[in-house]
Design a protein around this ligand. Structure first.
Ligand code: ACO
Length: 432
């Protein structure tokens, strides 16, 4: 807390309230309104939490105006260029880059937790063959709480760490099982001789009847996407994990809530929506028609993969993914090249259009991620699941931070009530 204050004046009564101001390491100050209701009988109103900080956090920093994204202080560009997903996961969970020994031990722990109880496989048999993979993943992650009673004491730091390693290790196995179920193919067990991303590819694409060659570029692309998607401070799904977890609910339930929140097209579902949109546009000649629709206030259509609540200049993750997109398409066949050409043409038109310029609508990370996933052979319905694999690390880091915070309280927003005033119950016979 600093000595800074922020003064609010009530125009009706003329009374002034001085509110304390908190300063972080980076970013704007925050006005602490915690005592406003108790002392002054008034709530603040901020639908969508556009100006509201919900917690203190030292995990991730975003400067949306400058297009800056830092994990634990390290720029995303440096991590994307020099680190790997498992090291980034360690950084997000523990706060510092690991020593060589710490990294080896963490990596081994994750590898040795990748198998899932055989009971989970029977869950998949209960899902319809065309169930959306996100529905299966959220259900199965939530049900993990039914398997680990012995290590779910949220007040025990050792139990919390076991949960963290377990869920990060197992989510790719669960995701792969959902994929294999939707393909009607046999489940493939994890392999401990493979790194995290190669193991994901092997569980997704190998079949028992022939050898599968893991493409190093595919593993590299996946690793980059996972790094870029690993955390994004208090986004919708992370806030959902925190809110669900703030009640003391078990952490698997909280992560399942995060998976569900991620599924929406305004959040993690956008990468799937981008591909659907590009398919609907079909060819470059149709771009102006779709751009006109996106600008039409009476048309609910939006350009998927454009705009971001926080980035109002450019999304640094989109820049990194765009480069990888070129690399993957060049090396892994060009069957998706027309789609990428269409995406580039759409990007060019939108970036020169006054509507998009004035509203600061730039391509976000998901504009390109779907094209890479498609080139790797991952179907559209699995895109958000891939995002969930990566974001599990961020969800877990935030859940751990929240649980360990001694000032933590149950999350409970207030409201502006606009319903009927007090009235008496009327018996059904007397109603008009
Ligand atoms: N296409 C057309 N117009 C848009 C778009 C878009 N993609 N995005 C925003 N706008 C317009 C809005 O209509 C609004 O116009 P107005 O001021 O005239 O009413 C203005 O730009 C501001 O948009 P809001 O929806 O108010 O901005 P908000 O911060 O609430 O929403 C969001 C951000 C949800 C990402 C939005 O830009 C969107 O729907 N984009 C498409 C979906 C998408 O790509 N989501 C992925 C986000 S990234 C992620 O989750 C990993």
């Amino acid at each position: 807390m600093t000595n800074k204050t922020f003064t609010l004046t009530n125009n009706t009564t003329g009374a002034s309230v001085e509110l304390p101001v908190k300063t972080g390491t980076l970013g704007p100050d925050v006005v602490d309104i915690g005592a406003l209701y108790k002392q002054h009988n008034v709530f603040t109103f901020d639908p969508g939490f556009v100006s509201t900080g919900s917690c203190e956090s030292d995990i991730t920093f975003i400067d949306g105006e400058k297009g800056v994204l830092l994990y634990r202080g390290y720029p995303i560009e440096q991590l994307a260029g020099r680190s790997n997903f498992i090291e980034v996961a360690y950084l997000l969970l523990y706060g510092e880059l690991p020593s060589a020994d710490e990294l080896a031990s963490f990596s081994s722990s994750i590898t040795h937790h990748t198998m899932i109880n055989e009971g989970f496989l029977r869950f998949f048999n209960g899902f319809h063959y065309n169930a959306h993979p996100m529905a299966m993943v959220s259900g199965v992650i939530g049900s993990m709480s039914a398997f680990y009673h012995d290590s779910m004491n949220i007040n025990d730091p050792v139990h919390r760490e076991i949960f963290a390693h377990r869920v990060i290790a197992k989510i790719p196995t669960v995701a792969a099982a959902a994929f294999k179920h939707s393909m009607g193919q046999p489940f493939i067990y994890p392999r401990n001789d493979l790194d995290y991303c190669s193991n994901v590819l092997n569980m997704f694409f190998s079949v028992p009847c022939e050898p599968y060659k893991i493409s190093p570029l595919a593993a590299e692309a996946l690793d980059l996407l996972f790094i870029l998607h690993a955390d994004h401070e208090q986004n919708c799904s992370t806030s959902t994990v925190r809110l669900a977890g703030s009640s003391g609910a078990n952490p698997y339930a909280a992560i399942a809530a995060g998976v569900s929140a991620l599924w929406g097209p305004a959040h993690g579902g956008a990468n799937e929506a981008v591909l659907k949109m590009l398919n609907a546009i079909g060819s470059v000649e149709n771009i102006p028609k779709f751009v006109a629709r996106a600008k039409d206030k009476d048309d609910p259509f939006r350009l998927m993969g454009f705009g971001h609540r926080v980035y109002k200049n450019f999304d640094p993750r989109a820049t990194l993914i765009r480069e990888m997109c070129h690399k993957v398409l060049k090396e892994m066949g060009d069957s998706n090249a027309p789609l990428f050409e269409l995406a580039l043409a759409l990007e060019e038109v939108a970036l020169q259009d006054d509507y998009f310029i004035e509203k600061n609508l730039y391509p976000n990370v998901d504009f390109y991620s779907g094209i890479i996933y498609r080139a790797l052979g991952i179907p559209e319905s699995m895109f958000t699941v891939m995002f969930a694999i990566a974001r599990t690390v961020g969800w877990v880091a935030h859940w751990l931070e929240m649980i360990a915070d001694p000032a933590g309280r149950i999350g409970r927003p207030r409201q502006l009530y606009t319903g009927a005033p007090l009235r008496d119950y009327v018996s059904v016979d007397d109603r008009k």
